[in-house]
Write a protein that binds this ligand. Structure first.
Ligand code: ADP
Ligand code: GLC
Length: 493
């Protein structure tokens, strides 16, 4: 199959969260299964992609967009990166979505509208890539949400031409890509698709809704989240349309890339370790404590958070439980960035307890690996979590996770109190402060029983979170979407 994977971020080039990791690992796994995978993403400022560079192609100006270029680079994983450039749109200081001061770029509708429009074009006979047309366009999150709409538009305009099947993956329903409806004009969205059955969401245009409405298949990143988003509590206004499309909605759990996240081979660690040889893990703990200025104390239980600092991630619940944690002699390490008020509260806690609390604000891949390896237990008290990757990384690194009973966390962690034989971590009774307090207490009790703790660690390290099974499930979805696309074309005729 010719698969076009369209994404706003991809590790190791540009990553703000889990989508970056998924955009690296899933396409590479699909390629290893024998498919021809192209990953389309913007070429942001300072991005370096090493590989075999192909001939660039020019895209003529269209609608509000000036001329753009697509440069293919075949990278080591067997995937072809397709880098999109367009005068001034992507080459800016700041992140993929926000400027250097953290504000959304004012022209995100056009920046990502172009990404989606190019993705769709590659799925038609007018593909600008000489001789390469996608059979399926796999769009990820709101920045690519218009791609299925543009493909549906091609089918309407030229029903005799073949078009790629479209698949939308929702990595986080909370990011809905809403813009003023006036942007529908420059984006070329036909008038009859601007209403409630089209892109309209509370009077605005939602790119995520466009994807949900027009994709031939919709997926999200865990089976539990796929169920949760069809009910009001986690549906954030989309539960109705998701229920309406439930026959084409499925949840496929993310995996982890063992080339990046394996404590026995991790080049970012000062000491390596494995299930049978945990000595290196103790050395990583000491290295972490030394690096962050914490008390060098093997007997202090070390809890860790590596996360976007947002209300989604339940960081406030960690702060609420901090006094009890500190009075028990435990330590806390936090790495992350985001919400200014939460950052300040964390900074204050670290200033008050420098030997017990260390807070690093920023993005640091190397430190994230050291924390996964050096901590005793990992905290993810998320209010919602589509999948979550850190709880999987921490299980692989012998760092049992303490998680809220939501989304992908439920699908990937087995509670050690409920199932002592097979437990890999601790599942909170609810995504609230008392739920975390109780789970922390259970974890601390287990940690004081080395035999019991070792079993939980070993269970987690033995878990297989490979991408191969999930990649095969995506292939099934692609095939089902192709059948659906055929129906769409037949209907247009
Ligand atoms: P989300 O995508 O919602 O942020 P995930 O758990 O799926 O959550 O993925 C987060 C990814 O980003 C993980 O690979 C995690 O290690 C990484 N990460 C998050 N914050 C930081 C940070 N400040 N520094 C380094 N890595 C981070
Ligand atoms: C999102 C979700 C996270 C998920 C990631 C990758 O950012 O918040 O739970 O793991 O996407 O799918």
């Amino acid at each position: 199959m010719n698969i076009l994977f369209a994404t706003p971020e991809c590790a190791p080039y540009v990553k703000t969260g889990g989508l970056g990791d998924v955009s690296a690992a899933l396409p590479a796994t699909l390629a290893s299964l024998g498919h021809d995978v192209h990953v389309l993403m913007p070429a942001y400022q300072g991005m370096k992609v090493a590989g075999e560079m192909g001939e660039g192609v020019d895209l003529a100006p269209w609608g509000p967009w000036p001329a753009a270029q697509l440069v293919p680079v075949k990278v080591g994983s067997g995937v072809t990166m397709l880098l999109l450039t367009c005068a001034g749109l992507y080459q800016r200081p700041g992140g993929p979505y926000v400027d250097a001061s953290g504000r959304d770029y004012h022209d995100n509708a056009l920046r990502f509208g172009l990404l989606a429009r190019v993705a769709a074009l590659v799925g038609t006979p007018h593909s600008p890539l000489r001789g390469w047309v996608a059979d399926v366009v796999h769009a990820n999150d709101w920045p690519c949400g218009l791609a299925p709409l543009y493909l549906a538009q091609s089918r309407l305009v030229s029903p005799h031409e073949p078009t790629a099947a479209s698949v939308l993956t929702i990595h986080n329903l909370a990011f809905q890509g809403t813009f003023d409806m006036a942007t529908a004009d420059p984006l070329g969205i036909p008038g009859h698709w601007r209403g409630i059955d089209g892109v309209e969401f509370w009077g605005q245009l939602s790119m995520l809704k466009a994807g949900i409405q027009f994709a031939d298949a919709v997926t999200t990143v865990s089976p539990t989240y796929a169920r949760e988003i069809q009910a009001p509590e986690h549906g954030i206004g989309f539960d109705g349309i998701l229920r309406a499309r439930s026959s084409r909605l499925s949840g496929i759990l993310n995996g982890i890339d063992p080339k990046v996240w394996d404590p026995a081979k991790d080049v970012l660690l000062p000491h390596r370790f494995s299930r049978g040889r945990l000595k290196g893990k103790a050395a990583c703990k000491a290295a972490l404590q030394a690096r962050l200025g914490l008390q060098l104390e093997a007997g202090a239980m070390l809890f860790a958070v590596v996360s976007r600092i947002t209300p989604q991630k339940g960081i406030d619940l960690v702060l609420e439980n901090l006094p009890q944690l500190l009075s028990s002699g435990a330590q806390l390490v936090v790495l992350g960035q985001g919400d200014p008020a939460l950052q300040q509260a964390l900074r204050d806690a670290a200033a008050q307890h420098p030997k017990q609390v260390a807070v690093t604000l920023g993005f640091d891949e190397g430190l994230a690996h050291l924390i996964e390896a050096g901590a005793d237990a990992f905290l993810m008290p998320s209010r919602f979590e589509p999948c979550g990757l850190n709880q999987m990384y921490s299980q692989a690194y012998g760092t049992p996770p303490i998680v809220a009973p939501v989304g992908g966390l439920l699908d990937s962690v087995t509670d050690a109190s409920a199932d002592p034989e097979n437990g890999t971590g601790f599942v909170m009774a609810g995504a609230h402060g008392e739920g975390l307090a109780d789970a922390l207490e259970r974890a601390q009790r287990a940690w004081r029983e080395p035999k019991q703790w070792k079993r939980i660690q070993a269970n987690g390290m033995a878990r297989h979170f490979g991408w191969e099974d999930s990649a095969r499930r995506y292939l099934e979805v692609y095939r089902a979407a192709a059948i659906e696309a055929g129906r769409g074309i037949a209907a247009a005729l």
